[in-house]
Design a protein around this ligand. Structure first.
Ligand code: GRG
Length: 307
C-alpha cells in the first residue's frame, strides 16, 4: 500500500469513528425513552424495541453519506445531522420489517436476535412503524430552513416509498424462484430496494448545504454507482462472508432461489463489476474537487468491506 493510500485510509477511519459517535449520541437523544410514566405517551415496550434495533451498532452508512455530501457541498455538519438521523431510522425500520417471518424470516441482525425474536412480531411491526414516522417528525422539527425540511421530506418519501425501497422490496419478493432473471432485471430491483435510499442520503445532505444543481447531479451519479457496488458486495458477503463479522445469517439467498449478482455474474465477475462501479463513482466526483475526498475514500473502502 502506498503512503498516500494509507493516509486516505487513516483519515477515513478517523472520520467514520467521529461521525458514528456523534450520530449515535444524537440518535439516542431523539428516540423515545423506555419508561412507563406520565412524562411520555410512548409505551415503554415500544420505546425499548425501537431503541434496541437502532442502537444495535449498524455501519451508519446512509447518515455518513448524508454528512459527507453536506460537507462536500460546503455545508456545516450540524445542519445535516437531523436529516442523517432520519435516514438511519428509515433504514432500521426497513431491516426490522425485512426480518419478519412474512418477509425474509431472519433471526439474526447486527449481531443480535432480530427485533421480533427479542420482542414479538406485533411489537416489531409497530417499532418499524414508529421509526418510519419519527423520521419525518425529525425532519419537520429539526431541519432548517423550512425549504430544506420540505426538500428532505420529499426526497426521503420518494426514496422510501412505493416507487423506491418499498416497491423494490415488492419486486424482489415477486422475483423469488423465477427462472427468467438477468443481471439487468436484478439491477432494476436494487436501484429501488437499496439504491434509492443511498442516493437520497447524498441528495438530502446536499439540500441541507443549499447545493447547486450541478453538484447534485455529480452526487447523484456517485450515488447510483456506489449503491449498486454496495449491493454487489452484500451479495458476495452472503456467499463468502463470515457470519460473526457480517452480523446476520450468510448463505441464505441462493438457498431461497433469490436473484443475486454471484448467481448471474459469478463471484469473480461480481467483484470486477463492483470495482468498475466504485471507479465510476470516484470519477463522478471530479466537479467537487478536494471537497469530495471522504466520499472518494468511502467508495473505495466499500470494496474491502467484510460486514
Ligand atoms: C421491508 C419496506 C421493507 C424494505 C426492506 C433494504 C431492505 C428493504 C431490506 C434489507 C435486505 C437486505 C439485507 C438488503 C441488502 C443490502 C442491505 C440494505 C443491507 C443492510 O444494510 P447495511 O449493510 O446494514 O448498511 P447496517 O446494519 O450496517 O446498517
Amino acid at each position: 500500500m502506498t503512503t498516500s493510500i494509507l493516509a486516505d485510509r487513516t483519515r477515513l477511519d478517523d472520520y467514520l469513528r467521529e461521525a458514528r459517535r456523534e450520530l449515535d449520541e444524537v440518535l439516542s437523544s431523539y428516540l423515545p425513552r423506555a419508561i412507563d410514566d406520565a412524562s411520555t405517551l410512548c409505551p415503554a415496550r415500544l420505546a425499548e424495541a425501537m431503541r434496541y434495533s437502532v442502537m444495535a451498532g449498524g455501519k451508519r452508512l446512509r447518515p455518513v453519506l448524508c454528512l459527507m455530501a453536506a460537507e462536500a457541498c460546503g455545508g456545516a455538519r450540524p445542519a445535516a445531522v437531523p436529516a442523517a438521523c432520519a435516514l438511519e431510522l428509515v433504514h432500521t425500520y426497513s431491516l426490522i420489517h425485512d426480518d419478519l417471518p412474512a418477509m425474509d424470516d431472519d433471526d439474526l441482525r447486527r449481531g443480535r436476535p432480530t427485533c421480533h425474536k427479542a420482542f414479538d412480531e406485533a411489537t416489531a411491526v409497530l417499532a418499524g412503524d414508529g421509526l418510519l414516522t419519527l423520521a419525518f417528525e425529525l425532519i419537520v422539527r429539526h431541519v432548517e430552513p423550512a425549504v430544506a425540511a420540505v426538500g428532505c421530506a420529499r426526497v426521503l418519501a420518494e426514496a422510501a416509498g412505493p416507487e423506491g425501497m418499498v416497491g423494490g422490496q415488492m419486486a424482489d419478493l415477486q422475483a423469488e424462484g423465477k427462472s427468467d432473471g438477468t443481471a439487468e432485471a436484478l439491477e432494476a430491483i436494487h436501484r429501488r430496494k437499496t439504491g434509492a435510499l443511498l442516493r437520497a442520503a447524498l441528495r438530502m445532505g446536499a439540500i441541507t448545504a443549499g447545493a447547486a444543481l450541478t453538484t447534485l447531479d455529480a452526487l447523484d451519479r456517485y450515488g447510483r454507482a456506489v449503491g449498486l457496488a454496495f449491493q454487489i458486495i452484500d451479495d458476495l458477503l452472503d456467499v463468502q462472508g463470515d457470519e460473526a463479522k457480517v452480523g446476520k445469517r450468510v448463505g441464505k439467498d441462493s438457498g431461497l432461489g433469490k436473484w443475486t449478482y454471484p448467481a448471474f455474474l459469478g463471484v469473480e465477475g461480481s467483484r470486477l463489476r463492483a470495482q468498475q462501479l466504485a471507479y465510476e463513482a470516484v470519477s463522478a466526483l471530479a466537479p467537487l474537487g478536494a471537497r469530495g475526498e471522504m466520499l472518494r475514500a468511502l467508495a473505495l473502502d466499500l470494496l474491502e468491506r467484510d460486514r
